[in-house]
Design a binder for this molecule. Sequence first.
Ligand code: CA2
Length: 151
Amino acid sequence: MDSKPVLLVLNGPNLNMLGVRQPEVYGRTSLADVEADCRALAEDLGCTLEFRQSNHEGQLIDWIQEARQTADGIVINPGGLTHSSVALRDALLASDLPVIEVHISNIHAREEFRHHSYVSGIAKGVIAGLGPQGYLFALEALARIVDPEIE
Ligand code: CA2
């Protein structure tokens, strides 16, 4: 690979509230803290990081469509859209990029409606329940998928 791989981290609805409300479920780490940790890791891995959050399904889909030309892989925490959005799944599949799905909480240990994800079936891997560290595990795995020469 000539240039640095570009890894896109996408966050869906309400993840901007991380660390602000419901610390018993999602902890006290803010999304800005998660971004800073992801940036430090991406630097170590020799990758370029794009880190974004939106409360709007269409905005996330626009970013995924753009990523086909601009990124090498996607880490996504789709938030509540995980359990409802066929459109998000279609966009991720159409991107032809490797996707890793992340959830801060263990969606399988929560309400029944959170047990199903529209994204999992098209993801290379799924990480749930490991807190914000899950983003770092996902980034590390994605970096190796897009560039097998990364140590
Ligand atoms: O565990 C996760 O990462 C989730 O994707 C978070 C979503 C939830 O709908 C999924 O089932 C699991 C919720 C986004 C975060 O929402 C917050 C709301 C208030 C305070 C902090 C976060």
